[in-house]
Design a protein around this ligand. Structure first.
Ligand SMILES: Cc1ncc(COP(=O)(O)O)c(C=O)c1O
Length: 474
């Protein structure tokens, strides 16, 4: 028998209920929806003999401050997903019965929900598995056309995500010339320098909307304007900005936009490439895979209806709740800055251009890895962007911004969302202060034999080291 338990946990108790949410990782199924300021919980237990208690089953996890890596799912999104996974499970390609017709309708509704966020037409949305695939499709998909028309130059930036840099590396191996513009110290590329990098044979300009490590907005609107008299295609990796910062992405000069479901409280494994028509003609993209002709022939394969519906719902909620969410980001940021003030943090990146839900910072004298380890029980924060002694590499983004060795060594990324609970800031401060004491104590200080960051940063990104890029200093 499948037991069901219902309960209401009020906002003040959100912390407790949120822990319960994580029981999805155990063998229990837990789902809930937010209504007004309450969480309504529906707890299901798969084991007949085991009751589900509101307390005693929670996994004691630290407060999640890594929303730039992935976001918690919105309960309403989860509900939609479960419906199309379990009840309306039809194949959107089946035209002979209602299962298929209803699935197709759900997909088209989601296409509309996604297109509205960027003021695109429904037919301009191509569903993919996420921003990585969208970036690959945008960049590699234009290559055949480029070769045909003799345009083999691409302009991008040194601070792009690897899912842009690595396809560019592939094209560089195939004879394309790739110009990577450096950011300034504030972590953004100057539009003027992007403009100067353009050539007559420039096929594509690819610039991200918001940097995932620093949260710094890139001037994509100004770049779009500067591209007015050039016919290069303009691609924007908007994985971090879609559903959060709308206006810039509504500009129709942006031909290609990559988006991702799991960055906006939707499911993982789904995203889209927006492919805007030019003069009512489709962009000359070549698919990366071949098969059933789905998604206007650009992305074949049976559509994952439940994920698409989840992305659609997440996009709709993002559009509806945008102001409320942004307000929450700002309030959290203010409290964070206030709480961490005694630690005299150094904020990396131009704070006039940084989004209110991502912060890259260092605490003078504190090594990032040591800090993350010491803070492990209090907050979950990113280590993906900092220098790691194991791999001997540093963040290519922070290196390109020319941070000092100490800042590179100490860089931490904190990122949050409208669902983020308040961490125990006092414990956070105490831990870092304690670390500082230990570091300045010669008996406990770290062995001075370690390679310096300057030595490590000589090879900032090894997998790309074999490609000769033309780097333009910012
Ligand atoms: C800027 C940027 N681009 C692309 C991606 C890849 O997105 P996905 O996980 O949907 O493939 C990410 C994810 O971290 C990102 O931050």
């Amino acid at each position: 028998m499948h037991h069901r338990y219902y309960g209401t946990v009020h906002w003040e108790e959100q912390r407790k209920s949120y822990r319960l949410w994580d029981q999805r990782w155990t063998n229990r199924d837990v789902c809930g929806i937010i209504e007004n300021s309450s969480y309504h919980w529906c707890l299901g237990c798969l084991d007949d003999n085991e009751g589900v208690h509101l307390e005693g089953h929670g996994i004691d996890l630290a407060i999640y401050l890594d929303c730039a890596a992935t976001t918690p799912i919105e309960p309403q999104v989860q509900q939609e997903i479960m419906h199309y996974l379990g009840v309306e499970f039809g194949n959107a390609g089946s035209r002979t019965h209602d299962y298929g017709i209803r699935a197709r309708r759900a997909v088209e509704k989601a296409r509309g929900q996604v297109s509205r966020v960027v003021s695109a037409r429904r037919s301009e949305v191509i569903f993919t598995s996420g921003a990585t695939e969208s970036n690959n499709l945008a960049i590699l998909g234009l290559a055949s056309h480029g070769l045909q028309v003799g345009k083999t130059h691409i302009v991008s930036t040194q601070i792009e995500h690897k899912s842009v840099l690595e396809p560019l590396q592939t094209l560089a191996r195939r004879g394309f010339t790739v110009t990577l513009v450096a950011p300034n110290h504030g972590g953004w590329v100057e539009p003027r320098i992007v403009r100067e990098a353009l050539r007559d044979d420039t096929l594509l300009v690819s610039v991200m909307q918001i940097n995932n490590e620093t949260g710094v907005r890139q001037p994509i609107g100004e770049i779009a304007q500067l591209l007015d008299d050039h016919d290069a295609y303009f691609h924007v990796d908007a994985a971090q900005g879609f559903g959060k910062e709308f206006r810039p992405l509504c500009n129709r000069r942006m031909d290609l936009i990559s988006i991702s479901g799991h960055k906006i409280h939707g499911p993982k494994g789904i995203g889209a490439l927006i492919t805007r028509r030019r003069k009512n003609r489709r962009l000359p993209l070549t698919p990366l895979m071949h098969g059933g002709g789905q998604e206007f022939g650009l992305r074949p394969g049976t559509l994952p209806v439940h994920l698409i519906v989840g992305l659609g719902k997440a996009a709709e909620l993002a559009l509806e709740g945008w102001e409320r969410r942004t307000q929450r980001y700002r309030e959290f940021r203010n409290r964070l800055i206030h709480a961490l003030h005694p630690l005299t943090p150094v904020l990396h990146g131009d704070q006039n251009r940084t989004v209110p839900h991502i912060m890259n910072l260092s605490f003078p004298g504190i090594d990032a890895e040591e800090a993350m380890e010491a803070l492990r029980d209090v907050v979950a924060i990113s280590d993906g962007s900092t220098c790691t002694s194991a791999s001997g590499t540093c963040s290519h983004v922070l290196s390109a911004m020319r941070l000092t060795d100490a800042q590179l060594d100490g860089a931490l990324r904190l990122s949050w969302c409208h669902m983020t609970e308040e961490p125990d800031w006092a414990a956070f401060v105490e831990i870092i202060e304690q670390l500082r004491k230990e570091t300045s104590d010669p008996l406990t200080a770290k062995d001075a034999d370690q390679p310096t960051v300057a030595e490590r940063s000589v090879v900032p990104f090894t997998s790309l080291a074999d490609v000769k890029y033309e780097n333009i200093p910012g």
